[in-house]
Ligand binder design. Structure first.
Ligand SMILES: Cc1cc2nc3c(=O)[nH]c(=O)nc-3n(C[C@H](O)[C@H](O)[C@H](O)COP(=O)(O)OP(=O)(O)OC[C@H]3O[C@@H](n4cnc5c(N)ncnc54)[C@H](O)[C@@H]3O)c2cc1C
Length: 493
């Protein structure tokens, strides 16, 4: 039987995983309950790190064609129109190909991804089917699903549970989402303004109220509004049309708005105890849910897919220790979720809902002053763009060097091309400085200071763009040994 991966859930993460697997030569079947993508806009931003992944997989142009690239983030105080924050994404020009945020509603992202999946010979999308069970042994996983009238079973070598926060796969492998739920909820709505503001402002916010409220522009006259409401308040009052209109007035003044959709959400900080059990992995909301502050949920899920796709594809080749390679998905992504994503979104959430209006304004003032400096602009863009974060606990990464475990800066090499443009999602050796190597590699004359490397060194860059190893005083033997560890023997040098 052909090795195949069964993906439960065709949301943005499941569809991305299918395309990522195809990029590395693996076949997959996506089982999705809904015939069409959900119509709500939900995640409206694709950050630079996710764009980079789409580039590696050759699907960036299709997504880019349906979105708007915003290279400046301007936040104003909606009370007095004063600029609180102005971020110029071009400060990270030297390390990313796409300095900016792609603005595209999630419904549209899913539509493009569905089209790409349907056009790819290695992917199959079955819609209108609901997964109800799975059973795994040491070789295969059998997944049971129903189309409403009859039941069927499909067999895969691996299964990925990408079925969202309320999915079934997590429970079927004995796990749950653990963590906490904030005692403040969020009212989210999409608003169409009769007349838009005549400026380039992307975010309008109010920090002078006990509960923060903000609006993010994501389309022509279209704004996503998010407002915190305390759980202990009177629901009827807090969620009434009058209260909603008052929040909108705070953000848009007297401008008329039409509410396209509105909903109230609990805000969580939760993740599964493990992301891998045997031949089954969890990715996206099925594995972790966090606050919408910072807009990282969908992006984090697609980044899970980028970590998992090449590992499953390499494991399917049957050489080396594929099981160990897939186990590292659990170690790496759980660390990224707990130490970077949860920490970052939690900090933003606590400022928004926990601080008094006065404390909030002091923080905002301090941040807005600090971000005027280029160094802080870069740091903020890197955090927001999901370009920072590091794997330090993985057995296939040599975390003794501060550069290892991080995404490689997408620097320009001597011929003017960028590292990722040459790599195109393949693993690669990067030789920094003067070292003669008779293996395919990218040569970089001098390292940037922040890399803390003393040339000559050789870097091993994985398919997902992560630096696995920094080999100082390189020799052929050292490179071979490190490569073997980084890929658990599944990929020849
Ligand atoms: C209102 C709102 C606003 C948000 N804003 C942002 C934002 O600004 N930025 C951001 O990055 N994230 C945001 N998010 C989070 C983002 O939407 C999620 O992180 C993202 O949808 C996760 O993708 P996923 O593919 O993991 O799960 P989902 O999108 O939940 O997809 C899961 C899929 O699995 C299918 N499925 C479920 N069970 C089964 C089954 N048994 N059988 C078959 N199929 C099944 C579902 O139909 C669904 O299509 C927001 C979320 C909400 C609700």
């Amino acid at each position: 039987m052909d090795a195949v991966v069964i993906i439960v859930g065709g949301g943005p993460v499941g569809l991305s995983l299918s395309l990522g697997l195809a990029r590395y030569g693996a076949r997959s079947i996506v089982l999705e309950r809904n015939a069409e993508p959900a119509p709500e806009s939900r995640a409206v931003v694709i950050w630079p790190r996710t764009q980079e992944i789409f580039r590696d997989w050759g699907i960036y142009d299709a997504v880019r064609a349906r979105s708007r690239l915003v290279d400046e983030l301007i936040v104003v105080n909606a009370r007095n129109e004063r600029t609180l924050l102005a971020l110029d994404w071009h400060v990270v020009d030297d390390v990313v190909e796409n300095p900016g945020a792609l603005i595209i509603p999630q419904s549209e992202t899913e539509r493009v991804l569905r089209e790409l999946v349907r056009a790819n010979g290695s992917c199959e999308l079955r819609t209108g089917v609901t997964v109800t069970g799975l059973r795994q042994d040491s070789e295969f996983v059998d997944v049971t699903y129903t189309d409403g009238t009859s039941e069927a079973t499909v067999r895969g070598t691996y299964v990925a549970g990408c079925d969202g926060a309320h999915g079934v796969v997590r429970g079927l492998i004995g796990l749950s989402l653990q963590g906490m739920t904030y005692d403040t909820r969020a009212v989210l709505s999409d608003e169409l303004l009769d007349e838009d503001f005549d400026d380039d402002v992307s975010v309008r916010a109010r920090f002078d109220k006990p509960n923060v409220r903000g609006a993010f522009k994501f389309g022509d006259r279209t704004w996503r509004v998010i407002a915190a409401v305390r759980s202990d308040g009177n629901d009827e009052e807090l969620l009434s049309e009058d209260a909603h209109r008052e929040r909108l007035r705070d953000l848009f003044g007297d401008r008329k708005t039409t509410t396209l959709w509105r909903s109230v959400f609990k805000i969580h900080k939760r993740h599964a105890q493990r992301f891998v059990v045997g031949r089954v992995a969890l990715a996206g909301d099925a594995a972790h849910v966090n606050s919408p502050a910072g807009g990282q949920g969908m992006n984090a899920g697609i980044q899970d897919a980028a970590n998992l796709a090449w590992k499953i594809a390499y494991a399917l080749r049957g050489t080396g220790d594929g099981a160990r390679l897939i186990e590292t998905f659990d170690v790496e992504r759980r660390e990224m979720v707990t130490d970077t994503i949860e920490r970052y979104t939690d900090r933003l959430t606590r400022v928004g809902i926990g601080f008094s209006p006065r404390a909030k304004q002091l923080v905002i003032r301090a941040v807005s002053r600090a971000v005027r400096g280029r160094g802080m602009q870069r740091k903020t863009c890197r955090a927001l763009g999901m370009l920072s974060g590091r794997y330090t606990k993985s057995p296939i990464i040599d975390a003794t060097h501060p550069l290892a475990g991080r995404r490689i800066d997408d620097l320009r090499v001597e011929d003017g091309r960028r590292i990722n443009e040459i790599r195109k999602g393949e693993p690669m050796l990067v030789v920094v400085g003067d070292y003669a190597l008779d293996l395919p590699h990218i040569a970089l004359r001098a390292p940037p200071k922040r890399w803390h490397v003393k040339a000559p060194v050789v870097l091993i860059v994985r398919p997902d763009g992560c630096v696995a190893w920094v080999i100082t005083k390189p020799t052929r033997g050292k490179i071979e040994a490190a490569w073997n560890t980084a890929f658990c023997g599944t990929k020849e040098l």
